[in-house]
Design a protein around this ligand. Sequence first.
Ligand code: ZN
Ligand code: ZN
Ligand code: ZN
Length: 351
Amino acid sequence: MTDHILDFLDATFPFGDLDLVSFDAPIPDHWHEFAEAKGFELLRRVRDRNHLELRCNQCDGTMICKIYTLRTAQPICPHCQKARWQALCEEAGVRFLGRGDRANYLRVQLPCGHETSRQQELLERVRRRTTAIRCEACLEARMQAEARARGWELIGDDPDGHLSYRLYRHACRYIQRVAVANMTTGRFTCRNCSEGWLNDRSYIYMMRFVLKSGRDAIKVGFSRDPASRLRHQLVTERDQDALLIRSIEVPTGREAIELEKALHTTLRRQHPDAELDRMEFAAEVNVVSELYDAKIEAEITALLDRIEIRLKRRARRREKRRLKRLRRRLEQSQAPACPAATDKLSPPDQE
Ligand SMILES: [Zn+2]
Ligand SMILES: [Zn+2]
Ligand SMILES: [Zn+2]
């Protein structure tokens, strides 16, 4: 405990862990009077010509004090000070742990068990019940839980610096700043989802990042606008070595999610060692996971080829069916119609 108090005033020290060597020199009478007037008993000179050992009349604790301090100021007994801090904390409903790392701050344990540093002045207001202590750790956990319940993830402070806002990532991967109060009440929408992206055309993309570690990494994912996702959401630096190498059109965002999920499941199963550890790229690419070592680029490409072929075949089948239906409807509605008109509706690339 002494080490927290040792440097609390450069003039007063608790007795104990210092090598207390007597300094052999006479003590002028008026020094005793100074000490008495300030609530201390002068025991002896110690360490060097500038220091004294005092005993506090309040608590009987001993301390070292500079002669200069004794003469010009009111020395503060560290033992009494600690007792005052302990009492303050107790009355404020927290546990005193020691001096804080900044002037006028105390290290305390909150009722929830978290440890923190708080200004003495704040603790005094808490004692007077004019304010309450909020635990940032608990608040963060609560905000994270609130976000999760709405399908969001709290990922950081507001980039614009607003204290009432935080940065969140939606289940759709879109990153957006949201007022904390709105996250609590749910009175907001994801800008990405609210625009109907689930039904809109989307893309499965493949990007290459050259990490600072020198490693080539591949990211696969889906987005309604892969180029914009790369530029505005994924890269953390303007001149980052990142390239969009492929986009496959998918009719709807809903299907893109499914395809992407299946893609990652396959890649993880077939190449469990190729998924990069987040620690390696966290500072360079804004994603939680799904970055692969470029050594499996060919395998990823092959999977994407399969997806693309499947989607194209299906699109052709659908188009054929659509034209067939159209033709049939035309035939039914105008039985004696000109045959040339229906011929024009034949698909251009019959297979
Ligand atoms: Zn004292
Ligand atoms: Zn807490
Ligand atoms: Zn969304």
